[in-house]
Design a protein around this ligand. Structure first.
Ligand SMILES: Cc1cc2nc3c(=O)[nH]c(=O)nc-3n(C[C@H](O)[C@H](O)[C@H](O)COP(=O)(O)OP(=O)(O)OC[C@H]3O[C@@H](n4cnc5c(N)ncnc54)[C@H](O)[C@@H]3O)c2cc1C
Length: 331
C-alpha cells in the first residue's frame, strides 16, 4: 500500500519571465545588453566569430553562445539538418497565469485519467498559474483553447472535492490561454564548434512533462561560466560539451521512460525515480550543488498520484528495467 500523506511545503521562488529577464539583465549589466537583434548566420575561425544579423550588420566576438531556443539558428548552422519536430505521439499543453486570490489547494502536480496531467499553483504577486498537458493528443486545434482545456480538466478531478483548477480556467480571459503543440530537438552529435557553443533548448529541448528543460539550461549556463573562468576557449568548449552531453543523455533517458509509462502509478514511480536520481547526482555534479537547504539537500520527495488529489511518498518504488538503469546510471 502506498503511504498517503499531505505534501510538505516546498521552498521555491516563482517569478514571471519578464521579471526574471529584468533581474538577470541588471545582474549582468543592462547597458551591455542589446535587444531586437536577430541572428541569421555566423562564421567562425580560430581567432573568433562573426555574427550576422537580419538587418545586414555584423559583429565580431570571441565566443557565440547559441541560447536562441527551440528553433535555434545557431544550432542549424552548427549542425545542419537538426530542425525541431513535433513530439511524435502528440503532446499538447494549455496554460495561463492570472490574478487569483482564491483558495488553490496544495499546488502539486496531478496525474489523471487518459494521460492528462495538470496543476494549479500559486504564483508570484497574487496570481496563479494553471497547466494542463495531454499526451497522445493528435486532433486538430479548435478555435477556442480555453474550451479544449476545460474539456480535459475532468480527467484531473475525483468529482468529490472542490474543483479549483476548473474555477481558475473559467476565470481566465479567453485570450490569455496559451496552447502549445510540444516540439523537441533531435539528439545532436556536437554542441560546440571552435568559437560557438549551444546552451539551453537549442541543444536539448525535450518534452516538458519531466520539467527539466529550463533546469538543464540553467545548469548549462553554470557549467559554461565555470569552465570559461578556468581555461582558454577551445579546451573550455570541449570540456563543457563532454559534461553537458552526458548529463543530457541521462535526463533524456528518464524523460523517455516517463513518456511511455503505461499507468498513472508507473508514471509517478518513474518520476520519483528521476527525482531521486536528480538528488543523488546533484551531490556529485558541480552544476547542481546548491548548499544548505538547496535541492541537493532535500531528503523527502512528495508526488501526487492518480485522480484523487491524494499524495504518495515514493518509498519502496519499483526500479526501472536494467537496460534503463544502465542508461540512467549516475555520473
Ligand atoms: C508548456 C511547457 C511547459 C514547460 N515546463 C517546464 C518545467 O516545468 N520545467 C522546466 O525546467 N522546463 C519547462 N519547460 C521548458 C522550458 O520552458 C524551456 O526549456 C526553456 O524556456 C528554454 O529556455 P531557453 O533560454 O533555452 O530558450 P527560450 O526560453 O526559448 O529563449 C530563447 C530566446 O532566444 C531568442 N531568439 C530566438 N531566435 C533568435 C535569433 N535568431 N536571434 C536572436 N535571438 C533569438 C528568443 O526570442 C528567446 O528570447 C516547459 C516548456 C513548455 C513549452
Amino acid at each position: 500500500m502506498p503511504n498517503w500523506r499531505r505534501p510538505q511545503c516546498r521552498r521555491a521562488a516563482r517569478c514571471t519571465r519578464p521579471r526574471l529577464g529584468a533581474l538577470l539583465a541588471s545582474a549582468g549589466g543592462a547597458s551591455d545588453l542589446r535587444t531586437s537583434k536577430e541572428v541569421v548566420d555566423y562564421t567562425e575561425d580560430s581567432a573568433g566569430v562573426t555574427v550576422h544579423y537580419t538587418a545586414g550588420d555584423r559583429e565580431r566576438a570571441d565566443l557565440l553562445v547559441g541560447a536562441d531556443g527551440l528553433n535555434s539558428r545557431v544550432r542549424t548552422t552548427l549542425v545542419p539538418g537538426t530542425e525541431s519536430h513535433y513530439y511524435a505521439q502528440g503532446h499538447r499543453v494549455w496554460r495561463a497565469t492570472l490574478p487569483f486570490d482564491g483558495e488553490i489547494g496544495d499546488g502539486c502536480p496531478v496525474i489523471g485519467h487518459n494521460r492528462t496531467r495538470g496543476t494549479l499553483m500559486r504564483f508570484a504577486q497574487g496570481s496563479c498559474c494553471w497547466v494542463i498537458a495531454q499526451f497522445g493528443h493528435t486532433t486538430e486545434n479548435t478555435a477556442n483553447p480555453q474550451e479544449e482545456a476545460l474539456a480535459k480538466a475532468p480527467n484531473l478531478h475525483d468529482g468529490r472535492s472542490r474543483f479549483a483548477l476548473r474555477e481558475a480556467i473559467l476565470a481566465t480571459p479567453e485570450d490569455s490561454v496559451m496552447r502549445n503543440q510540444v516540439a523537441v530537438v533531435p539528439e545532436i552529435p556536437r554542441w560546440a564548434g571552435s568559437r560557438v557553443v549551444l546552451a539551453g533548448d537549442p541543444a536539448h529541448a525535450m518534452s516538458p512533462h519531466i520539467g527539466s528543460g529550463a533546469s538543464l539550461g540553467i545548469e548549462d549556463a553554470r557549467v559554461l561560466g565555470d569552465c570559461l573562468n578556468r581555461a582558454d576557449i577551445a579546451p573550455t568548449l570541449a570540456a563543457y560539451q563532454e559534461n553537458r552531453m552526458r548529463r543530457y543523455q541521462q535526463v533524456r533517458a528518464h524523460a523517455d521512460a516517463m513518456a511511455v509509462a503505461p499507468t498513472p502509478a508507473s508514471y509517478v514511480e518513474r518520476f520519483a525515480h528521476y527525482l531521486n536520481w536528480l538528488n543523488t547526482s546533484a551531490r556529485t555534479n558541480p552544476a547542481t550543488e546548491m548548499g544548505p537547504g538547496g535541492h541537493a539537500e532535500r531528503k523527502k520527495l512528495v508526488l501526487s498520484a492518480s485522480t484523487s488529489f491524494r499524495y504518495v511518498e515514493p518509498r519502496g518504488i519499483e526500479p526501472l528495467t536494467p537496460a534503463l538503469q544502465r542508461q540512467c546510471s549516475a555520473n
